[in-house]
Ligand binder design. Sequence first.
Ligand SMILES: Nc1ncnc2c1ncn2[C@@H]1O[C@H](COP(=O)(O)OP(=O)(O)O)[C@@H](O)[C@H]1O
Ligand SMILES: [Mg+2]
Length: 410
Amino acid sequence: MSENFMVVDFCSSKIVLFLAELGPELKIKNWTPIPVDQDTIRSGQIYNLENVASKIRKGIEETTGKSRYEPADVYIGFSDPEVEFLSSIGMAACGTPDNPSEITEKHLDQAITSSRAVKLEEGRVIVQTIPVRFDVDSKTDIKNPKGMLGVRLEVKSALITAKKSSLLNFKRALEKAGIYAERFAYQPVAEIFELPSEEEKENGILIIDIGRDLTNYGVITENKLQLAETLPVGGIHINKDLKHYFNITIDKAEEIKKKYGQLTFSETEDSEYIDLNMGSMKTNKIKRDLLVKYISERLSEIFEFIKERLIQNDLKDKITFIKITGGTSQIEGIEKLAEKIFNITAEVYTPSREIEKLTGNYDIPVLNSLCSSLAILLFAHRNLTSGVSYSADLSVMKNVKGIFKKMFGK
Ligand SMILES: Nc1ncnc2c1ncn2[C@@H]1O[C@H](COP(=O)(O)OP(=O)(O)O)[C@@H](O)[C@H]1O
Ligand SMILES: [Mg+2]
């Protein structure tokens, strides 16, 4: 019998649980989305641990049908604007110029471990180490250096660092719910690896996932991870803007955003005003062009910020395609706004291809708001099936063994 594994993805508006079977195919056994409010989880951080733990405990019962359940492996998906993405070089000496030796898994581990030897701010830990490119002596950009003869192996790694305290809170919430977890996966990393096709990753792609409180984004060009970050702005900020400008409640703002939110306004097709049906109490009508303006300003701010980050990292001209996803990507015309700002072709991405990859009886709706959780699920499966242990430095554990295997399946 195959072992089960579990994914607990902490989004801003919900926690998503997946129970799946660990085999060559990714078989879903069950799944449960758990809605959470802003007093419970905000901007990627737990604000009410007891509440999170009890919701997860109930979620686990619902997902597994058991009150006590211990899956073999648990992955925690998370996203946090305080995560930092660093590039670092590591190396391993393999032989002498007169006597170059064969590069083994041990050398790869050594090089990757040395790339992790960076000085971090107090309280910060490396959550994920992703080898991005290898060089052996004068040969650069080698996909798989194992077995080659060389003197000096160099690796460029992407390091994802996060605040230890926020990771420990996720871990604690799960422990209180009865499950032990030590594997973390940062949502933008999982999304940029799992959502695009191989061709898109080669040609250069930017993925933007706009959720409730946060926006995740990641870049891969020439099949190499270039950037993965989180911005503390999301759909809730549109609601706050609409509340402020139209003098309406947050709930009404959410409602009209979903119902009428759009980024193109046609004077000939659309009526000038939207009737809010609120009686005579408060604002009863809002101007449609103003709604477009306010939504557009907030989304432009997000896109402009990301564009600036691309320019700073010399990536802007290396991207040929943008995929926009997350709940907020459902605002009509969002891809047109992105195209205008980035001057790159953009599309709204719905995860039907990811869902097709899953087998099992549990129908998962094709929703943009599930993209990060599906990406974490696929990422976890890929990691586990290639036999990798993927731990954050929460204790003394520094486990990089097998990372190479995970990356290339070799
Ligand atoms: N049809 C819609 N139009 C505009 N915004 C939407 C729509 N549906 C959901 N949203 C927004 O999407 C956000 C939630 O996105 P989601 O990806 O589920 O969040 P998270 O991943 O942060 O939990 C909310 O701000 C919600 O208002
Ligand atoms: Mg989301």
